[in-house]
Design a protein. Structure first.
Lengths: 227, 227
DNA sequence: CGTTCTACTTGAACAAAGTGCAAGTCGATC
DNA sequence: GATCGACTTGCACTTTGTTCAAGTAGAACG
C-alpha cells in the first residue's frame, strides 16, 4: 500500500533523485517502482515509457534554467550567461550528458520544440532555420563547453571532498597515465615542472582559463588562414 | 558454415559497418552474428563483451587519426589540426558520439591510456595530470566542437543528397520550429531576412564561420570581465 | 446503503538482448 | 589414427522494458 498516491510529478522527482545518485544505469523501472513503494508497472499509467520519463526529467531541469532578457542583452552576452546556467545544470546532473549526447552534439534538430525550449535555443544563439548552420555550431559549442567545464569542476570537487573510493580510482588512472606520459618529452617537461608551464592555472579557474587559452590559439589559426 | 574464419579484426570491421549503417541501436550481438554468418556467441571467444567491442571499434578509428608532428608544431596548431581530424571521424561515424559521450564530455579521465591514445591527447592539448584541469577543458572543447561541426556538415549532406525520408522528417521538424519561432521577434527577423543577418554563411563554411563567430563573441566577453 | 464508474494499481508474462557454458567440430600435430 | 587446442554452436539463464487482464478503492449517483 503506497503511502502517497503516485503522480507524474513524484515519479519525475524520484527518477531525478535516482539518476543523480546512481547515474543512468541506476535507473530502471523496477528500482524506480521500489523507491516509489509501488509496482514497477504502475509507473506506466503516468508515463508512456522509460525514454519518455528521461525526456520529462530533462525537461523539468531544462525549464529551471533562467533565461536572459533578450530584449536587453545581445545574443553573445546571452550565450555566455546560458553557458553558466548550463554549466550548473550539467554539474548537478551529469547523467544528462549521457542520456542526451545526441541532442547536445547534434543540436536541437532531434529535440522536441516547445516555447521554453526554443527560448533557450534563441538565448543560446540557435536559430531553428536550416540555413543557419553556423549558429547551430555555436549552440553546440556553448553546450559542449558548458558540459566540459562542469565535468572539470565536479572532478575537482570529487577530488577535494569525496575522499575514498572515487578519489582512489581517479588517482590510480592518473598515475598510470602519468607513467605513460613520462615517455613523451613535452608531457614529461610539463609534468616535472607544472608551475613553469604556460598552461598552469588553479583548478577553480579552469573554465575561464580553458576558454582563454583555446580562444587565443584558435584565433591565431584562423588569422593565418583566411577564407 | 562460415565462409571466412572469425577474427577479431573481421568482427570489429563488421561491427563498425553495422554501427555506421544503423547507429548504436543497430548493433546487437545476434545481428552481428548473423552478419558474420555465425552464432552470436561465437563473437565472445574473440571479444570480451559488447562494451569491449565498442571500445575496440572506437580504438580502431581513433588509431586512424593522423598525428601532427609535435616536434615541429606548437600545441595550439596541433589542436586545430586535431579538430579537423576529429571532425572527419565524427562525421563518418556519428555513433561514436553517442557511445562515448562520457569520454568526450568528461575528458579522458575515464578512458584507457595507451601510447597512441595519449599521443592524441597531447596533440589535442590534454595533459594527463590531475593539476591540469584547464587543459582538460580545452580538450573537451576541441572534441565537442569538432563533433558539432561534423554533425552540421552531415546534416547538410543529408539534406542535399539523401532526398526522401530523412529530408522530409528534418524539414517537418524545422517547419514546426519555424512556426514557433515566428512568435519571437528576434528569431522572426532573422528568419524573414536571413541574407541580412550577421550570422549568414554558406552551409559549407559553417565550421569555420561558427568558430570565428563564437571566438569573436566570447573573446569580447572575456575581455570585459578579466580574472 | 448499494451500485456503478473512473482512476489507478498489481502480478503474471512476454520479448529483446547480453552472456555463460557444456558439448561439439575441425584442422594440425604427433 | 589418436590427440590436442583453437574455435563454434545451441541452450539457457538473467536483466530489463513493456503489455495486459484482472483487481481495488474511493467518489458519484440512485
Amino acid at each position: 500500500m503506497p503511502r502517497d498516491t503516485l503522480t507524474r510529478e513524484r515519479i519525475i522527482q524520484t527518477a531525478i533523485e535516482l539518476l543523480d545518485a546512481d547515474g543512468l544505469e541506476g535507473l530502471n523501472m523496477r528500482s524506480l517502482g521500489k523507491r516509489l513503494d509501488s509496482a514497477a508497472t504502475a509507473v506506466y499509467w503516468h508515463v508512456k515509457s522509460k525514454d519518455n520519463l528521461l525526456v520529462l526529467a530533462a525537461d523539468q531541469l531544462w525549464h529551471e534554467i533562467a533565461l536572459p532578457d533578450l530584449g536587453t542583452v545581445d545574443w553573445r552576452t546571452a550565450a555566455t550567461s546560458m553557458a553558466t546556467e548550463l554549466y550548473a545544470m550539467f554539474d548537478r546532473h551529469p547523467w544528462l550528458v549521457q542520456a542526451f549526447s545526441a541532442h547536445l552534439f547534434y543540436g536541437p534538430g532531434k529535440a522536441r520544440h516547445d516555447d521554453h525550449n526554443l527560448a533557450v535555443y534563441e538565448a543560446a544563439g540557435f536559430v531553428g532555420a536550416e540555413a543557419d548552420l553556423a549558429t547551430a555550431a555555436v549552440f553546440t559549442f556553448v553546450l559542449g563547453n558548458a558540459a566540459g567545464a562542469a565535468a572539470t569542476a565536479s572532478l575537482t570537487r570529487r577530488l577535494n571532498q569525496d575522499g575514498g573510493n572515487a578519489e582512489e580510482r581517479f588517482r590510480d588512472t592518473m598515475a598510470k597515465a602519468r607513467d605513460i606520459a613520462m615517455d613523451f618529452p613535452r608531457l614529461r617537461a610539463r609534468l616535472e615542472n607544472p608551475a613553469a608551464a604556460d598552461y598552469a592555472a588553479g583548478p577553480d579557474s579552469g573554465f575561464e582559463y580553458g576558454l582563454r587559452t583555446i580562444l587565443d590559439g584558435l584565433q591565431d589559426q584562423l588569422a593565418d588562414k583566411p577564407r
